[in-house]
Design a protein around this ligand. Sequence first.
Ligand SMILES: [Zn+2]
Ligand SMILES: [Zn+2]
Length: 161
Amino acid sequence: MIRFYQQPKLDFFDTVKSVLKQYLNMETEFGGFFTPVKTAYNPVRQQYDSYLVLKSITEADKKGYDYRLAVVDVDLYATGMNFIFGLAHPLWRSAIVSIKRLYGEKLIERLHKEVIHEMGHLLGLAHCADAECVMHFSNTIDDTDVKHCQFCDDCRSRLEG
Ligand SMILES: [Zn+2]
Ligand SMILES: [Zn+2]
């Protein structure tokens, strides 16, 4: 069971739930609205430290859900990266995706790809060299638009292996 969180005013639960069922055959339940912790905000970068936001989501979960997934609309960064579309922490079984850099006509499609990608990490997958595989790393939004929601045969067999 995946516990889903989103920032107030976002409305992505239904679409994320259906795409996770479709591509990973996983069930998702709504965990509520949350606001990224203020201590994760870096005023110099005007971005949120994805690691700290993810940590707070993980620590707030007292019930120990199988997986936690959050969607936010603030800009995220990680050490050594100008920005990131999302972050997964397999040991914590928690992942986060930001829509901040996904806006446009393809917002929902991009969100689907990034959500499946981060869940793939939680399920043990690494990045994939196949540019069309959902596990391909997105350095830019073009990378996201090139890849599909599907896992390539190699990644699919690792998932099922
Ligand atoms: Zn990744
Ligand atoms: Zn792959």
